[in-house]
Structure formats: structure tokens, C-alpha cells
Design a protein around this ligand. Structure first.
Ligand code: G6P
Length: 489
């Protein structure tokens, strides 16, 4: 749209997420080096021309001193980012504790912490309080930067209290909340001690979004069963106020991946990789080293495949990129050593003097190397035990227009609903089934591969991150606020 003076009108969007899309490294008392991580969300919002996005979140570092905080705030402002400073104790209780040891596993159907039950139960309340406190700290920063007419978009399980905190400040603020993880069945959600408080806090938003229709339905039924509220096809009604609830499946900036494949350095990487793995089929896994990703199960399925197909042993290699994550949470530390043990055992069992069947890397790859890896892969293995959407599957498809490789995809990833027709869907817990899927994928004729790829490629290139963001924000703008409703009545 345009303003009266003819200049284009840009609506300001405040994007609030636990983590800012930058990594900050301290170089001196008052100097910082910043690196933008051009993840999906960033490129999605850059693509929406009618919006001017500002980011509010934690910079991922502890900055106890005022000089450091001032310098970081200034450096971040140039990138349109506004920091929320969290001290070590809050990070421990809110981020490591309540977010990643309680909510994250629960929302992925892994249940509440089982071991050391008493200790967890005892610290539960203090972690929950830290979670509320942290959410209030985010709200304070948002409120300080809010201007009339802005829309506020809150992201993910870290910030379920934020909609309520914001509406407490200003009931007229347009507030949306989007969950990037699954929302579990109400039978799972109701085990959470603070189940009702969280639902009420989210319902303060004007629009609540999920990746799939199933997650939205689970949320509405949790509100019905746990809070006794009425669920309608539009959302949830509470004392005459409607909170709109809907599905908005995310996508990727597919053009960015497709364009990268034409860059000389990416072509160079592709050539190197082809040389390196000549004569062998390449299977690829790219995951954060997280228990929801089903990495041990995937590797055990690959072992079973090698066991049953001796002819394939020197003709196939599995590259597993396992990006370290949340390394202060004990469950993640345990997983790392478990995966290392399994990989070591299998490489010992099937390796030769010349080569090993599994290349396991504990690191992330830069964007260009990642694109090259996607492009040379014959079979991608995305076998999450649960996953909100999983965009690795999308990125792989975007890079495969030449090769037309096969995607093996967990039926418990949100992406199964969009890429199911082109992928081989598996139950990741069933190792026999996954081993059979590997066999099928490696032997698939090119005609069938092409047909399957075409379906997925079309989906990935037409359901982009940009379209996702645009749709969410425009629906948020269309929600009728209570003040408006009251004047109508
Ligand atoms: C998931 C969550 C994101 C989170 C990301 C990385 O995708 O949905 O909110 O940012 O994991 O995890 P981290 O804990 O490092 O931010």
C-alpha cells in the first residue's frame, strides 16, 4: 500500500524469538563481531516487501557488564536486532531447564524427565518460575520498542507466556504466536504440571499458528479438555473472545539453494565430493544432535541393511552430519556418547583398511558445502522420531533437480504431510522397515525417482518461507481486536 504522501507504507513487524538470527563473539571490552545466520526465518521475512522486520531475542551469550551490553546493543541495532540479556542462572533454569529439558521432550512425545524423578519434580516449580520471568523480560523489551500499528509475532515453545505478558501491557497490541515444534495430543500435554497456565497464556494471542492441521487440532482439544473452553472451526472461544487457531506450514527460500548450485565454489565442492565417493552411493543425514532426530535408530537401520546386503558394503557410504546443540543439557551429552559408540562399533565391524561405512561429523557445515553435499546425495535419510516440520527434507529436494535422488522420510515429521507422495515414508522406530526402505531407495529405477522428485520439487518451490510469513502476518492483521468488537456491539 501507499501513504498519503505517495511513499510506500511499510508495516513494522516485531519478531520475537528466544534466539536472535546472529551469532555474537566478543572481541574486546566494547567490541563485538556479529555473524548473521541466514536461516529460514530471516530470508522469509526479507522476502516480504511490505514489512519492515525487527528482531528481538537473546544473543546466545552471557554479557554481565554494562559496557559489553551497550556495545552489543549498538552493534546489533545495525542489523535491526534488539537483544534481551539473560544472566547465567536464568539461562540455566529457563533455557536448559524448562525449555529444553521439559517442554521440548514433552512436545515431541518423549515424556517428562523419567530419571531422577524426585529431583526434577522438586526443581520443576523453580524452573517454571524462571520461564515466566524470562518471558516477562522479553515482554519488557518488546513493550519498550513497540509503536502503535506494529504487529508482534512471537515464536516457539520458549515464549508461550509472551502473548499474555504483552496483552497485559497493552490489550490493543496485535499479537501472533507460532509454534515450530509439534503440539502433542492433549493426553500428553495434560501430564505437564503447568498445563493450564501455558494454554491460557497462549490464548491471549490474536492468532495462534502451527505447522500442521493435526497440531492445531491437538491444541484446540487441549483447550477443550483441560480448560473446558469451546473449540470452533475458527479457533478457541473464551468469554466471548475468539483466539484464531490455524495451520501455516512453513517452507524454505528454495531459490537461495537453487542459485547456490550455480556458484563456482559450490560446483568445485561438488566435484571434490564426486571424486571422493566415486563408485559408491552416497546416503546423507543432516540433523542437530538431538534425541528427536532418531540418529541412533537411523544408524542401526543402516547397520541392519549392511548386515543383510553384503554386496552393498563397499558400494555405499552414510554421511551423518550431527550438529552439536544444547550441550549443557545432560540428555544431549548422553546422546552424543551413545551415537559415537554405535558409529564406532559399526565402522569397526564393516570398515576396511581403505574405508569406513559411516562418516560421522560433529559439526555444522557452511552453506555452500551443505548445498554441494545435498546435490551429490543419492538417498537422504530424515528419520526423526517426531519433528515439527523438518526443513532438511525441503533443502535436500531443492538441491536435487539434476540428480533426482530419493528421500526417506519419517511419517512423524510435519513434512510427511507435504512430501509424503514423493518420499518413501517410514516409521523410524521400525529398524527392519527403515533397512528395507534403504534397499528400495538404492535400487529405485530412474523413472520412478524422477516422478517422485518432480512432485516434491514442485511443492518445495511453490510453498516457500516467504509465502508462509506473508500468510501468517496478513491473517494476523485480519483478526478483529476486542476493542473494535466492543465498538461494534
Ligand atoms: C528448533 C527450535 C528453534 C531453535 C532451534 C535450535 O528448531 O524450534 O526454536 O532455535 O531448534 O535450537 P537452539 O536451542 O540452539 O536455539
Amino acid at each position: 500500500g501507499e501513504r498519503e504522501d505517495g511513499r510506500p507504507f511499510k508495516q513494522r513487524l516485531l519478531v520475537v524469538a528466544n534466539r536472535l538470527p546472529v551469532s555474537a563473539i566478543r572481541k574486546g571490552e566494547d567490541s563485538w563481531s556479529l555473524e548473521i545466520s541466514a536461516g529460514g526465518l530471516v530470508s522469509a521475512l526479507l522476502g516480504v516487501k511490505a514489512l519492515e522486520a525487527r528482531w528481538i531475542g537473546w544473543a546466545g551469550v552471557n554479557v554481565p557488564d554494562e559496557i559489553g551490553q551497550k556495545a552489543l546493543t549498538k552493534a546489533l541495532a545495525e542489523k535491526r536486532c534488539i537483544p534481551v540479556f539473560l544472566d547465567e542462572e536464568i539461562v540455566h533454569q529457563y533455557y536448559n531447564g524448562y525449555c529444553n529439558n521439559i517442554l521440548w521432550p514433552l512436545f515431541h512425545y518423549l515424556g517428562l524427565p523419567q530419571e531422577d524423578r524426585l529431583a526434577t519434580t522438586r526443581s520443576f516449580q523453580s524452573q517454571f518460575e524462571a520461564y515466566q520471568k524470562a518471558n516477562q523480560m522479553f515482554a519488557d523489551v518488546v513493550n519498550k520498542h513497540y509503536e502503535e500499528g506494529d504487529v508482534v509475532w512471537c515464536h516457539d515453545y520458549h515464549l508461550m507466556f509472551l502473548p499474555q505478558c504483552l496483552k497485559n501491557y497493552n490489550p490493543k497490541m496485535k499479537v501472533g504466536w507460532f509454534l515450530h515444534t509439534p503440539f502433542p495430543s492433549s493426553e500428553i500435554h495434560r501430564t505437564l504440571p503447568s498445563r493450564s497456565e501455558l494454554l491460557h497464556a497462549v490464548l491471549a494471542a490474536d492468532l495462534v499458528g502451527f505447522h500442521t492441521y493435526d497440531y492445531a487440532r491437538h491444541f484446540v482439544s487441549a483447550c477443550t479438555r483441560i480448560l473446558g473452553l469451546e473449540g470452533t472451526p475458527e479457533g478457541v472461544e473464551n468469554q466471548g473472545k475468539l483466539t484464531r487457531v490455524a495451520a501455516f506450514p512453513i517452507g524454505i527460500d528454495s531459490e537461495r539453494f537453487i542459485r547456490a548450485l550455480d556458484l563456482p565454489q559450490v560446483k568445485g565442492h561438488i566435484k571434490e565430493l564426486q571424486e571422493r565417493f566415486k563408485g559408491r552411493k552416497v546416503m546423507l543425514g543432516v540433523d542437530r544432535l538431538d534425541m528427536i532426530k532418531g540418529i541412533p535408530q537411523k544408524i542401526l537401520a543402516f547397520e541392519k541393511f549392511l548386515e543383510e546386503n553384503p554386496d552393498w558394503r563397499d558400494k555405499v557410504v552414510l554421511l551423518q552430519i550431527a550438529v552439536p546443540t544444547r550441550t549443557d543439557v545432560p540428555e544431549y551429552q548422553k546422546l552424543t556418547s551413545q551415537v559415537h559408540e554405535i558409529v564406532g562399533r559399526i565402522n569397526g565391524r564393516f570398515g576396511t583398511l581403505a574405508t569406513v561405512p559411516i562418516h560421522h561429523l560433529d559439526c555444522s557445515l557452511d552453506f555452500h558445502k551443505l548445498c554441494a553435499l545435498y546435490a551429490v546425495t543419492d538417498v537422504a535419510l530424515v528419520t526423526s522420531l517426531r519433528d515439527g516440520m523438518n526443513l532438511v527434507s525441503y533443502e535436500f529436494v531443492a538441491c536435487q533437480d539434476k540428480k533426482k535422488g530419493v528421500l526417506i522420510l519419517s511419517e512423524f515429521a510435519g513434512a510427511a504431510q507435504s512430501l509424503g507422495a514423493g518420499a518413501i515414508l517410514v516409521n523410524p522406530w521400525n529398524i527392519t522397515e527403515v533397512a528395507a526402505a534403504i534397499d528400495k531407495a538404492l535400487n529405485m529405477k530412474s523413472e520412478e525417482r524422477e516422478k517422485r522428485h518432480k512432485h516434491n520439487f514442485k511443492h518445495v518451490t511453490t510453498h516457500t518461507a516467504q509465502e508462509w510469513a506473508e500468510t501468517f502476518v496478513s491473517e494476523l492483521n485480519d483478526t478483529i481486536d476486542e476493542a473494535q468488537l466492543r465498538t461494534k456491539q
